[in-house]
Design a protein around this ligand. Sequence first.
Ligand SMILES: Cc1cc2nc3c(=O)[nH]c(=O)nc-3n(C[C@H](O)[C@H](O)[C@H](O)COP(=O)(O)OP(=O)(O)OC[C@H]3O[C@@H](n4cnc5c(N)ncnc54)[C@H](O)[C@@H]3O)c2cc1C
Length: 417
Amino acid sequence: MRKILVVGAGQSGLQLALGLQSHGYEVTLMSNRTADEIRTGRVMSTQCMFHTALQHERDLQLNFWESQAPRIEGLGVSVAAPGSFDPGPSQRAIDWVGRLDGYAQSVDQRVKMAGWMETFAQRGGQLVIHGAAVSDLDYFARTYDLVLVSAGKGELVSMFGRDASRSPYTQPQRALAVAYVHGLGPRPEHPEFDAVRCNLVPGVGELFVMPTYTLSGRADILFWEGIPGGPLDVFQGVKDPAEHLSLTLELMERFTPWEYARATKVELTDAGGTLSGRYTPTVRTPVGRLPGGGLVLGVADVVVANDPITGQGSNSAAKCAASYLDSILGHGDKEFDEAWMRATFERYWDTAQHVTKWTNAMLGPPPEHVLNLIGAAGELQPAADRFANGFDDPADFENFFYEPEKTGAYLASVAGG
Ligand SMILES: Cc1cc2nc3c(=O)[nH]c(=O)nc-3n(C[C@H](O)[C@H](O)[C@H](O)COP(=O)(O)OP(=O)(O)OC[C@H]3O[C@@H](n4cnc5c(N)ncnc54)[C@H](O)[C@@H]3O)c2cc1C
């Protein structure tokens, strides 16, 4: 059977390794951390995944936590009224929730990756705990039929050149700060169902609030995305988790008091329940050439890393893994040459390009027609629902989001209907 090396045990690497294993491939998985180190370490993401991505996991029977994880049935948007965070009563200019056609879920990657890694080993997969360097890959490219690099945003990305034509940004566009908490109060707007709530604070950043399933059961995530240099960009250098949480809450009280009102009794889920950082959204060329001439194929975040403002990276990693799995199975016993690697990536890019385009658009100040769309969704439930379902299938934004004429025609058609 064909021998495949997967470097990096995140969403994409583990999904691919387990998928290939189930089809009888001889798979080696290299991870720089053990399952226990992952489980007892720091949170890595907010990892909200929508229907299509969750279905890829179900197809491989890897949905181990589906019955425990909260079902996220809606996606809400609130926009702070301009000037509302000056002293005095704050209000929302916009507030609505769209219903998702299929529910979303967030399973703490510490739970999922540790569990999947153990499953891979129990099923006879070869698990190697080692932080791979380029020199290691040089050797392995000669001994494996295919080497897949799914090492996220780590150092191995240096093997893959930046694709300037697909990467408009050269700097991080948001400072990120995540806190996992227990004790968040019920949501007054729609207590009967769970939703991801996107709170937009114009000119300042965004607060995302979402339910998750973590090591200690159900929890909620408070996730600030701050415009660099602005008032939310204050988490750099904060090492103490308790200080991180109190900063998160102070900013909520000031900029999103309607969310703060639910958060007065929260506590961190665990000492690893906070994360902060920033990175530049980047699309890379998919084929890495090793010093010895061997070739490796980049997977998911290695080749397409978007800002998490649209919550797409894990979704994209699942879609990339599913697409690559299909390309590998379809290639049979033929050589995994450079042409195949490029074609495999371009097939994934057919989907990924929509994610990148939409995410990059959401990072900039919204043009007037987008403001109109978000505002109108408060009056027109079908527009709210369609926007929410765009998180599952961002290609749909082509039909009503980017061009003022299409947005206008769409809103007119819903208002008329
Ligand atoms: C704050 C934040 C919030 C987010 N929220 C969401 C969200 O709500 N929804 C969503 O869909 N996405 C979200 N994302 C993005 C998502 O987490 C990532 O895009 C996704 O995890 C990428 O999967 P991956 O498999 O490409 O890489 P990763 O998940 O990063 O996995 C890579 C793995 O490789 C390992 N590794 C690295 N270098 C080496 C090496 N040299 N040798 C061996 N192993 C190595 C790493 O330790 C890691 O385990 C968020 C990201 C952040 C930072």
